[in-house]
Design a protein around this ligand. Structure first.
Ligand code: C2E
Ligand code: CA
Ligand code: CA
Length: 266
């Protein structure tokens, strides 16, 4: 399909309200309470067909539509935080995925700043996840600059899919991330001798760097036990919750959001 046609279809899908934002809770495993959530986009076509992000995000990354989509998701998240606040309901700090392609635009920080100001949202209500595995898409210096500017604005930044990129250690050396989010591919191999060694030293290294650490894709009790024993206390995964539509997430939050820990590192 031509890029222009794709753009037209994309705009039509936005206008039709086909993009939804779901929330996957993140758990403080020390007290089993929710300490935040990740916002995950869902594309629900008019006929009700649900398209998973893995089917369209790579394409959107390639042609740049991801930038508009990320801003749309951020607006939705801000709107959801604001409406929950109005109703005095708990919501928790929300992690929003930000494609590295945003680093190519000089006005990204301004746009983000304008969006949160429009909705009256504070920087502590949000966290940005930037994936390191997409590093080939954009220049490392641009990403470093974007992370630095967003941190200057007061946002916490998480390195997403930690361990899967071709230059993980280089990115870590060059860029100050507040959190490392260990990719599911490592968590699913817990129990494998080599993976266990890598995970233990990653958790230790994160602590030395004063970065928080989050385990993604936690599915079993054995994984929970290993992570807790080795000092990683924030988890996201099907063992606890799958991504939930907003209302379901709100109901879940109202009974088990951890007020003591507003997503700060444990
Ligand atoms: P991600 O950022 O690594 O997000 C985590 C993915 O793992 C989500 O898939 C989530 O549903 C899935 N997941 C979480 N826990 C488990 C588990 O225990 N087991 C298994 N098997 N899967 C689990 P999802 O929602 O399909 O998203 C896929 C990817 O699409 C995300 O990976 C992210 O890279 C991208 N994505 C989603 N929403 C956005 C967005 O708004 N902006 C951008 N730029 N990317 C997004
Ligand atoms: Ca993510
Ligand atoms: Ca991942």
């Amino acid at each position: 399909m031509l890029v222009r046609e794709k753009d037209m279809d994309f705009i039509k899908s936005i206008d039709n309200g086909e993009f939804e934002v779901w929330y996957q809770p993140q758990i403080n495993m020390l007290n089993e309470k929710i300490c935040g959530a990740e916002a995950l986009v869902r594309w629900k076509e008019k006929n009700g067909n649900l398209i998973s992000p893995s089917e369209f995000i790579p394409d959107f990354e390639k042609d740049g539509r991801i930038i508009e989509l990320d801003h749309l998701v951020l607006c939705r998240v801000c709107e959801d935080i604001r409406s929950a606040r109005k109703e005095n309901r708990k919501f928790g700090p929300i992690s929003v995925n930000l494609s590295k392609r945003n680093a190519e635009r000089k006005d990204t920080e301004k746009k983000i700043h304008d969006i949160i100001a429009r909705y009256g949202i504070g920087t502590s209500d949000l966290l940005f996840e930037i994936t390191e595995s997409a590093s080939d898409l954009s220049d490392g210096d641009q990403t470093e600059l974007l992370v630095r500017r967003l941190r200057e604005l007061g946002f916490l930044i998480s390195m997403d899919d930690y361990g899967t990129g071709s230059s993980t250690l280089k990115s870590l050396a060059d860029i100050s991330f507040d959190r490392l989010k260990i990719d599911r591919s490592f968590i699913s191999c817990i129990g494998n001798r080599r993976t266990d060694i890598i995970l233990k030293s990653t958790i230790h290294m994160a602590k030395q760097l004063r970065a928080g650490i989050v385990a993604e894709g936690v599915e079993t009790e054995k994984q929970v036990k290993f992570l807790k024993e080795n000092g990683c206390y924030i988890a996201q995964g099907y063992y606890y919750y799958k991504p939930l539509p907003k209302e379901e997430y709100l109901c879940t939050c109202s009974c088990c959001l951890d007020n003591e820990n507003r997503g700060e590192e444990v």
